[in-house]
Design a protein around this ligand. Structure first.
Ligand code: KIV
Ligand code: ZN
Length: 521
């Protein structure tokens, strides 16, 4: 099969390779379920990402299933899986990605002195391994990417030698990773330039740049690599990724759009979907976006100081280099109230990127009315939180919160009375705690005993005001498996309890023992 993406890329076109589901998911705690990965992949595909790195198929059965499912459903994007430099990894990767209309195998090996020591291969042995594994991958798939991991700390002569071997063995994309976030813009550009000049066959393949943000230079390093000739940027939504993260998709895409005058390159990204992608990834991963984060931070388009507001009223360009609507933020985010009807809700949800069928609209409408009763004004962000809560706390979950009553006071302790439905059967209990959240969590534990360790408990206000909804993230660890649960509600304790239960559902506690003291209601 011939893949258009392998045809020479027009000189000004930069391919966007999103690795949120692979490198992003490798952030400790950012583990995602299959449904969540599918949801993110659908959005990435719709917004014009050229290549989606969907996972590392040999890493676990869950990763394999996710890559397979994403490969089956993708409409436009190339679907890529990661494989180490051995036949078993590559075969497993191919088994998963081969279902895609446009599959890609991405295989890598660490080429720097420190990384060569890990498999204990000398330079010649590693060169042979690269030849054999890339050849093997290319025999399976006509779209093969090869990465010399830690390229920015690899001896230049050896880097050129290995890149040449990979190209001769059939690699169609050569990715140059700055694995530890060590390089700087001038060096990032010089490295790509050096490879293009020195490696025979370099003009027939695409060079990619893959930067980590340990020194805060990932975006600058990626853009410098593009100016030197790289035509694929590897990045993640919100810059999610191990340690300080990866190059942020929204930053490179908007930089290329806003400063097209000095960086005349284009991408295929529909930038108006950026906010939606950012919110989805923040919710699913439980990694909130910092307020002052470029492009997608809550304050990125807020102009609070008097001087700024005055300037903005006269001419938006005084302090704004891009329009909020270019990244999917509406000029006015005040949406509806309790008198709004179903049609208005459906059209508002469509505007926010959610296409809902009649049944889902009926469910969401009930929840919207409940929210509108409790909250004076319902904003876009409230609706997004409500939709994400509907997705994460599904009606078929094994454990569901039915009722919660918490008694608080200055002279504690606090008491929680809780009813949970566990596989359809209601159980009621009450617990005392050091604070209302502690009491509610203890009540959950008494109905669903578990050994999960609480790693993170985080509360965010969705909008301003005393009646704002809270979104709560709860990260749990059990037997090495880490999951993040979420929920949103105007009542922080209800949101906390539901987020905790959501995390337990994700852990799919197999030994769902019902404690003897919890009564069946
Ligand atoms: O950072 C890195 O080196 C990687 C490789 C697997 C491409 O993520
Ligand atoms: Zn990486």
């Amino acid at each position: 099969m011939t893949d258009a993406i392998q045809a020479p890329v027009p000189q000004d076109r930069v391919l966007i390779f999103d690795t949120t589901l692979r490198d992003g998911e490798q952030s400790p705690g950012a583990t995602m379920t299959l449904e969540e990965k599918l949801q993110i992949a659908t959005l990435l595909d719709e917004m014009g990402v050229d290549i989606i790195e969907a996972g590392f198929p040999i890493a676990s059965d869950g990763d394999f299933e996710a890559v397979t499912a994403i490969a089956r459903q993708a409409q436009n994007a190339v679907i890529c899986g990661l494989a180490r430099a051995n036949f078993k990894d590559i075969d497993r990767c191919w088994e998963a990605v081969r279902h895609a209309r446009r599959p890609r195998i991405h295989t890598f090996i660490g080429t720097s002195p420190l990384h060569r020591a890990i498999p204990n291969l000398d330079m010649d042995q590693m060169a042979e391994r690269i030849h054999d594994t890339v050849t093997h991958a290319r025999n399976l798939c006509d779209n093969v990417q090869w990465s010399p991991m830690d390229a920015t700390r690899t001896e230049h002569d050896y880097l050129c030698r290995t890149v040449e071997i990979a190209i001769k063995a059939g690699a169609t994309t050569i990715n140059i990773p700055d694995t530890v976030g060590y390089t700087a813009p001038r060096e990032s550009a010089a490295l790509i330039r050096m490879l293009i000049e020195r490696v025979p066959g370099a003009d027939a393949i695409t060079f990619a740049t893959h930067c980590h943000n340990d020194l805060g230079m990932a975006t600058a390093n990626a853009l410098a690599a593009v100016e030197a000739g790289a035509r694929q940027i590897e990045c993640t939504i919100n810059g999610l990724g191990e340690r300080a993260g990866n190059t942020a998709l929204e930053e490179v895409v908007m930089a290329l759009r806003v400063r097209h005058d000095i960086m005349p390159y284009t991408t295929g990204i529909d930038t108006t979907r950026i906010m939606q992608a950012s919110r989805l990834v923040a919710t699913v991963s439980g990694f909130p976006v910092q307020f002052n984060k470029a492009i997608v931070g809550k304050n990125a388009f807020a102009h609070e100081s008097g001087i700024h507001q005055d300037g903005m009223l006269k001419n938006a360009e005084t302090f704004e280099i891009m329009r909020p609507e270019h990244v999917g933020l509406n000029a006015t985010s005040l949406v509806m109230g309790k008198h709004s009807g179903r049609a208005a809700l459906r059209s508002k949800l469509a505007e926010l990127g959610y296409t809902v069928g009649d049944n889902q609209l009926a469910d969401v409408f009930v929840r919207f009315k409940e929210l509108a009763d409790r909250k004076k004004e319902v904003y876009d962000d409230d609706l997004v939180a409500l939709m994400q809560d509907t997705d994460t706390n599904a009606a078929n979950d094994r454990i569901q919160v039915r009722r919660l009553r918490v008694v608080c006071g200055t002279d504690g302790p606090q008491t929680a009375e809780l009813t949970l439905a566990v596989e359809g059967i209601e159980h009621a209990t009450s617990a005392i705690g050091d604070g209302p959240v502690d009491a509610a969590f203890k009540a959950v534990q008494s109905i669903v005993p578990n050994d999960a360790r609480l790693m993170l408990y985080q509360v965010h206000a969705v909008t301003e005001g005393m009646d704002a909804q809270a979104t709560v993230s709860v990260r749990l660890e059990e037997g090495g498996k880490i999951v993040t649960g979420q929920s949103a509600d105007t009542d922080t304790i209800v949101a906390s309890t539901k987020a905790y239960v959501n995390a337990l559902n994700k852990l799919m506690v197999r030994r769902l023992k019902t404690a003897p003291e919890a009564q069946t209601a």
